[in-house]
Design a protein around this ligand. Structure first.
Ligand code: XBP
Ligand code: MG
Length: 247
């Protein structure tokens, strides 16, 4: 008999909202411009860069990739590291300002799934490789200033430095929830996220967004383009749903 499901654990970027294409990417480009760098990440180029999780790690990867092609890339690894830190801070400031203006909306079905899951007695949690400030800015804009009261655990990059596909962020979310892996269900948009959840032993459904439409998702409980069905139905398909909590 499947364990009683007690929590939904949400990825943020690409899952709750199209933050990668419309938020982080735009904010990275604003940071490049403000630093006088002739770099610009287009929609498709950014999609390829998403193979590397973590904004700072992504910047370092880009600089390593472009070291011989772009004169603006510092030659020394320590200089690249320092530049990545500066650009990442600047990017997060632009991102915070951008989402505070209400430029980014929830993806279809997210609100309904959260509400129905709560009504069914499931805790809501977050497991993301993004910086905490980005989650705070985004969720305040999407759910209101007291958003944190609606989440039993919010685990971000600062809490789990080993980025997805490493399972650390999911392991810490389970610790904070006080649950076993089989008592939770993860919702993700990316192969890295799916791998992280599965490596932590958590069943995972995929809602495909602007990126990763052509990706393979081996081991996913389900793969769909939105979240159109009530959780009882969606999770029953995965075998993870055993009905609302009895206690
Ligand atoms: C999200 C990330 C993050 C964001 C940007 O991955 O990889 O790096 O792109 O946020 P996931 P930061 O959705 O799998 O958690 O710049 O704060 O890293
Ligand atoms: Mg994601």
């Amino acid at each position: 008999m499947p364990a009683l499901l007690r929590a939904l654990i949400w990825d943020v970027d690409g899952t709750v909202a199209e933050t990668e294409r419309d938020g982080h990417r735009v904010a990275f480009n604003l940071a490049f411009e403000a630093h006088g760098l002739p770099w610009h990440w287009g929609v498709d180029e950014y999609g390829a860069l998403l193979a590397v999780a973590g904004g700072r790690e992504r910047l370092i990867h880009y600089m390593e990739q472009q070291a011989s092609a772009l004169a603006s890339v510092p030659k020394e690894p320590s200089q690249r590291d320092a530049l990545a830190r500066q650009l990442h801070l600047a990017k997060n400031a632009h991102y915070g300002a951008l989402v505070a203006r209400g430029c980014i909306a929830l993806r279809p079905g997210v609100q309904r799934l959260m509400e129905e899951a709560r009504r069914a007695g499931l805790a809501q949690a977050v497991a993301t490789t993004t910086s905490r400030s980005n989650v705070e800015a985004l969720f305040a804009s999407l759910f209101g200033a007291d958003w944190e009261r609606a989440f039993a655990a919010v685990v971000c990059a600062e809490d789990a430095p080993l980025k997805k596909p490493h399972p650390q962020v999911y392991e810490r979310a389970l610790q904070r929830l006080g649950l076993r892996p089989e008592e939770a269900f993860a919702i993700e948009d990316s192969p890295n996220g799916l791998q992280a959840a599965r490596a932590a032993g958590i069943a995972c459904g995929i809602t495909r967004g602007a990126y990763f439409r052509g990706a393979e998702f081996p081991g996913a409980a389900w793969v769909r383009d939105d979240l159109p069905v009530p959780p009882a139905v969606a999770l029953a398909v995965s075998g993870a749903w055993a009905g609302p909590r009895a206690d």
